[in-house]
Structure formats: C-alpha cells, structure tokens
Design a protein around this ligand. Structure first.
Ligand code: SAM
Ligand code: SF4
Ligand code: SF4
Length: 334
C-alpha cells in the first residue's frame, strides 16, 4: 500500500526534473533579466546522475508511485534522455512515464522517446500567433518549431496534450485562436492559471485569468459540457465540445484548489525532494544517495518525509494565511 501523509493522501505521482537549463526564457518562469549570462546553473556533478535517477524511481515506485513525469527546465536538453527513461521503465515496471516539454527538440527525439516507452507528452504552447509567442518565450522563437514538434510527436504515436499558461493582458487574446486550432486537430488543450511559483516572475493576482474567465470566453463561441473526474487526484477539470470534436481542460490551481487530492512528489535536478509545488525548502536526497545509504535506509527516509507531509499551500493561500518564498518553477518543473 502506498505511504500516506498527514491528511491520508497517498504518494502516487512523481515529477522528476532532469535538468535546470532551458532554451526558452518564458517571462513567467525564467525571466531573461534574471536567468542571464551571470546566472549560475547547476554544474554537471550537482545534477543527479542517470543511475541515481533510476535508483530513486525504483524506491518511489515501491512507495506507491504509479506515474512518473519527466520535466525540467527543458528535459529534452538532457543528454541520453530516451535511454534514461527506458531504464526507469524497465527497473520500475511503471508504464505511465510522461514528458513535459516546450516541444522544440521533438522532431529529433520523438521517435526515440516513443521507443523508450513514453506514451504521453505535454507540450507547452502559450500562443498560436507568432508575435505573441515570440514575446512569451523570451527568445523570439516563432510557433513553427513547436508545431513541428507537435507533428513529430503525433507521427511517432505519442499522445499529445497542449498546455497553455494564460496571463491577462499578455496572451488572453489567444484563448479562442488556440481553442479553434487544436479543436480542428483533435488535440486536447489545457489552460493553466498563471501561478505565484518562484519569486522572480513578479506575480500579481490581477494578472491571473481564472478558469471561470477562460471558460466564459470559450463559451462565447463553443458549447462545452463538463466531464466527470476520471480518477482520484485528477488535476485537470475537463470539458468536452458538444459536437464531439475533443475536449479542453483547466488546471485551476489558483481559483479552485485541489490540495485535498494532491498525491504528487517532486524531485529537482539536484536531488531535492519537494512535497509541494510551493515549498520553500526541500529535503536533500542527493546527499543521502551519495553517502552510502542502503536502499532500505533510503526507503525509510523518503517514507518518513511523506508521512510528515502536511502541505496544502493553495488552500492556505486562498485564506491568505501562507506567504512564503517558493522555489522557482524551472527548478522543479511544474
Ligand atoms: N520546459 C518544459 C515546458 O515548458 O513544458 C517543462 C518545464 S515547465 C516549468 C512545466 C510547465 O510549467 C509548463 O507548461 C509551463 O508553462 C508551466 N509553468 C511555468 N511557470 C508557470 C507559472 N508561473 N504558472 C503556471 N504555469 C507555469
Ligand atoms: Fe523553459 Fe518551460 Fe520554463 Fe518556458 S516554462 S522557461 S520552456 S522551463
Ligand atoms: Fe499539492 Fe501543494 Fe499544489 Fe496543494 S499547493 S495541490 S499540496 S502542490
């Protein structure tokens, strides 16, 4: 049975960040004025090695994890990612290994990822209009490389969902064009509320387009029907188009919190374990991995961290009780 935390939430999902670097500088995640040439990214020896990532995955699967999501920074920048994923799949027997990516390197890697056992990829795309997207990614890259990545993933047989973070006054004019585009393709589009993660993006509640705002906009053009939760802890609130051309989802972590069913642990590229996306402090697993601890000792240690877990930041934020300095999104990968 999966280990449970203070609120009886089991440990079911693991997000593994495999690198802290990225080819984009999205303003809400890695603003270019901070993540510039003076910024110190992790050195190679500070990153968890493939062997360490495989070992941790096995331990987490013994603790109850059934799904692993590989993230970053930009995970496809990590050398040898497909073989790492293949090893994780073989050793843990976890079938549900997914990747979250900005999509740019998928034309090169989609086939290998599929061959390594990946079935699903979430591709982030915040706009379908070139100019808006060029601004959003902070690198002036147009949408074409991402659209090529989406095509490559679909051709390789990967199940694709698109993630769009919506910021008021920045890309909210893209909600309808994005919905039209991906409805035509039959690809699920998920709208993510802009969150107050990290301390570099200058978050302000007034910049958030809530699920309600976005849904109202969509309903001005489309007829949408709510879909029932498929399993305990499903994060996205889903709606299907009434003409059966697919669905959209909402990750409403600001306006409609889901801490009560949060079964997710996150491990940063440097091996810090976070039991909440908004945690300001992690637990150092790298030091434990490198200090000759046995698998049993590590198992007990991670188990005790989860058992102590009492995080519910989003709910506390709603009550204005909790004001902390959370870690950066690019460090733990969403
Ligand atoms: N680089 C990959 C990508 O962009 O898909 C993986 C890492 S990225 C940190 C994971 C997801 O977090 C992306 O979909 C991104 O849009 C989202 N994200 C980053 N900062 C965010 C914020 N402040 N609020 C909401 N979502 C955010
Ligand atoms: Fe990079 Fe993803 Fe963050 Fe954008 S959201 S800066 S693509 S890690
Ligand atoms: Fe989970 Fe923390 Fe997000 Fe709540 S705020 S849903 S506990 S990650």
């Amino acid at each position: 049975m999966a280990v449970q935390d203070q609120f009886k939430r089991p440990l079911r999902d693991l997000r593994l960040s495999v690198i802290d670097q990225c080819n984009f500088r999205c303003h809400y995640c890695m603003p270019a004025h901070i993540f510039n040439e003076n910024y110190t990214f992790l050195q190679k020896e500070e990153l968890l090695t493939d062997d360490e990532l495989v070992r941790l995955s096995v331990l987490f699967s013994r603790l109850g994890v059934e799904k692993i999501r590989i993230t970053g920074g930009e995970p496809l920048l990590r050398k040898g990612l497909p073989s790492l994923i293949e090893r994780i799949g073989e050793k843990t027997r976890i079938e549900d290994i997914a990747v979250t990516t900005n999509g740019v390197f998928l034309p090169k890697l989609a086939q290998d990822l599929r061959g390594a056992g990946v079935q699903r990829v979430n591709i982030s795309l915040d706009a379908i209009e070139d100019d808006v997207f060029r601004y959003m990614n902070g690198k002036g890259v147009g949408i074409s490389p991402v659209l090529k990545g989406i095509n490559a993933a679909r051709e390789a047989g990967l199940y694709v969902k698109i993630n769009m973070v919506v910021q008021k006054g920045v890309n909210d004019n893209q909600i309808l064009p994005m919905a039209r585009y991906f409805k035509r393709l039959g690809v699920t589009l998920r709208f993510i509320e802009y969150m107050d993660v990290g301390s570099t993006n200058g978050w302000d509640m007034r910049d958030v387009m809530t699920k309600k705002d976005i849904l109202t906009e969509l309903q001005s053009e489309f007829s949408l029907i709510p879909v029932k939760e498929a399993y305990f802890g499903e994060v996205a609130k889903r709606y299907k188009y009434s003409d059966k051309t697919g669905e959209v989802g909402f990750i409403s972590s600001v306006s409609d919190t889901f801490c009560g069913s949060c079964t997710r642990a996150r491990v940063s590229a440097s091996g810090q374990l976070y039991t909440c996306l908004f945690a300001s402090k992690g637990t150092d697993l790298r030091e434990k991995l490198r200090s000759g601890k046995s698998d049993e000792e590590l198992f007990e240690y991670i188990s005790s961290v989860w058992e102590m877990r009492d995080d519910r930041y989003s709910e506390d934020r709603a009550n204005l009780k909790d004001k902390r300095e959370p870690i950066e999104m690019s460090y733990i990968g969403g």
